[in-house]
Design a protein around this ligand. Structure first.
Ligand SMILES: Cc1cc2nc3c(=O)[nH]c(=O)nc-3n(C[C@H](O)[C@H](O)[C@H](O)COP(=O)(O)O)c2cc1C
Ligand code: SF4
Length: 402
């Protein structure tokens, strides 16, 4: 049974006609083949996060569990990424599209990009830094769509102008608002997260003006808005402003098909507004997550840890980040091992994990529902026989607390 389109124009990417709902990439392992493949099978764009996917493969984990050999860990992770892309494509049944998300800030960025293209991903989506070199990295795969994640019209302009000199255009741009989104946020500092210049109306208008200035028809580069989108009305509003599609992270993480442990989903759905905090990540970007026992304890000690920060060896030998606050002793950045903490969260370790989450209410409140219902609700405002009771409950809960 296909998902109703509810009168919205489709999202066209590299000749594919997709529903205008995108499932954002979520690491470590939160969006792997099951979630991305299911979303694609429904006719939308599903995204696998490329980071440290060996954690979904016990045989691959066994080969690296006690290893401090970065080359081996990278090779094993590339094998895991290839497996996950193949599995998602198989699950998609030839429908929708499967993307791979790669963070510009990770050490294996270029290898992950190449592996995603070779494995048959339809798109590569890059955030956490400006992917100025993406056209060269993917030049042998001209049919793979390239989608940068940006947060303002200035960054979008920088990427597009640089790519135009290389005779390439993005196939879409994700505009992610740091005020609401989960995980790493596209603002230079913690104080900058709520800067009104990131507001959707301003950024979408600025991006459309930029397209005009560069002589680009707006249909050429669809705008995908992301961050805090949890109601059908918001989808209508954003599309009215000039977006072609919306991207959701947190609401997809807690669907039945979300690839993380059930405890992970429980932590996200049960978090109240006061439990959701922002802080500096080791990657040098602000981040948003749930204040779980480990994060509360870390934040209490953060200032002290930053005072004594000094360069040291990577705690697990993986050297996952190009620049790591903990390993490189950068006092203004986070002082914890993000790979280890995200892996605990993926496995459902509530005490020790780091649980990324957006700031807003969830479409179905505390309910864990199939991805299909989420897409249907976002497109139509209703879901089958059960309606959207959860949605209004959740909105009320957050509005009261605001
Ligand atoms: C658990 C989790 C992990 C995430 N990890 C990544 C990531 O690895 N790379 C990335 O570009 N975005 C990541 N995101 C951001 C999402 O892709 C999405 O753009 C964002 O969550 C949208 O905001 P929302 O959660 O309010 O819908 C993550 C989000 C969550 C909830
Ligand atoms: S210490 Fe830093 S570079 Fe090493 S695995 Fe942890 S987060 Fe990555």
């Amino acid at each position: 049974m296909s998902v109703p389109k509810a009168g919205f124009e489709p999202l066209h990417i590299k000749g594919k006609t997709l529903l205008p709902i995108v499932q954002g990439g979520m690491g470590v392992g939160v969006s792997a083949h099951r979630l991305a493949g299911t979303v694609a099978s429904l006719g939308a764009l599903g995204t696998i996060s490329s980071v440290d996917l060996r954690r979904h493969h016990p045989d691959l984990m066994a080969k690296t569990a006690h290893s401090r050999d970065r080359a081996l860990i990278d090779a094993i992770n590339l094998e895991a990424l290839e497996r996950e892309v193949h599995a998602a494509l198989a699950l998609s049944n030839g429908k929708g599209a499967v993307a791979v998300n790669v963070m510009r800030a990770v050490s294996a960025y270029a290898d992950y990009v190449r592996c995603a293209c070779e494995a048959g991903a339809h798109a590569v989506v890059v955030g956490a830094g400006l992917p100025l070199d993406l056209p060269e990295l993917t030049s042998e795969h001209p049919n793979v769509a390239l989608i940068p994640i940006l947060s303002d019209a200035r960054g979008t302009g920088l990427v597009i102008k640089k790519w135009m000199r290389k005779h390439r255009l993005p196939d879409a741009v994700v505009i992610e608002n740091p005020r609401y989104a989960a995980g790493h946020l596209g603002a230079p500092t913690l104080d900058g997260i709520s800067n009104p210049h990131f507001a959707f109306p301003e950024v979408i208008e600025g991006t459309l003006a930029l397209f005009k200035e560069l002589g680009l028809e707006r249909e050429k580069i669809p705008i995908i808005a992301a961050g805090g989108i949890h109601t059908h009305e918001q989808v209508r509003e954003l599309i009215g402003l000039g977006a072609t599609a919306v991207q959701l992270g947190t609401p997809f993480a807690v669907t039945e098909e979300g690839d993380a442990h059930p405890n992970f989903k429980k932590v996200l759905v049960e978090a109240c507004p006061d439990d959701i905090v922002t802080f500096m990540s080791v990657a040098g970007l602000p981040a948003r997550a749930v204040r779980t026992p480990w994060l509360a304890d870390y934040l209490d000690k953060e200032a002290k840890l930053q005072r004594v920060a000094k360069a040291r060896k990577c705690t697990v030998g993986f050297d996952c980040l190009q620049q790591c606050g903990l390993r490189d002793g950068i006092a203004k950045q986070g002082q914890f091992c993000i790979d280890q903490r995200l892996a605990y969260a993926l496995a459902g370790d509530v005490k020790r994990g780091l649980f990324f989450r957006g700031s807003e209410a969830l479409p179905f409140g505390k309910a864990i529902r199939p991805a299909r219902e989420l897409i249907e609700y976002m497109l139509t405002g209703t879901v089958g026989a059960q309606g959207t009771d959860g949605a209004s409950d959740a909105t009320a809960r957050f509005d009261e607390a605001a």
